[in-house]
Design a protein. Structure first.
Length: 138
């Protein structure tokens, strides 16, 4: 059973989809502040390796959880090692640095930087328009 405990849907979307916001008071809002240091495979201060997913879960579309070939299904959250502070040990997160044996990246042409700037500028324009519509609709 899925329990909705937050109302985070714009009223326009709620009315169009039939969703009923709960209009919570500040005392009713659950503590979901995740701004602290959370252990994980990308956190150098509180590093723990990737663990296997819950393969018995049901995916968002009702299908199974994807299991990549070669995934170690024995490494679960229940038996993961204790977090390690790589920063204090002057180490980096595994896989965050290029391999010394990896081939060098190809040299870029003089025009590739200009193309990259055009793509970024175009993307920024699209996001600006979407943000503008969002502000107008609220």
């Amino acid at each position: 059973m899925f329990l909705r405990n937050l109302s985070n849907v714009y009223s326009l979307v709620a009315s169009a989809t039939g969703y009923k916001n709960r209009n919570l008071t500040s005392a009713d809002i659950p503590l979901t502040n995740a701004s602290g240091n959370i252990p994980g495979p990308l956190n150098a201060q509180v590093y723990v390796p990737y663990t296997a997913p819950n393969i018995t879960a049901v995916g968002a579309g009702g299908g199974p959880v994807f299991v990549s070939p070669g995934l170690n299904l024995n490494m679960t959250a229940a038996n993961a090692p204790a977090p390690v502070n790589f920063t204090a040990m002057n180490l980096t997160v595994p896989g965050s640095q290029p391999s010394p044996t990896a081939p060098a990246a190809p040299k870029s042409s003089p025009n590739s930087a200009a193309v990259g700037r055009e793509v970024i500028a175009g993307g920024a324009a699209v996001w600006g328009v979407l943000l503008g519509y969002t502000v107008l609709l609220t």
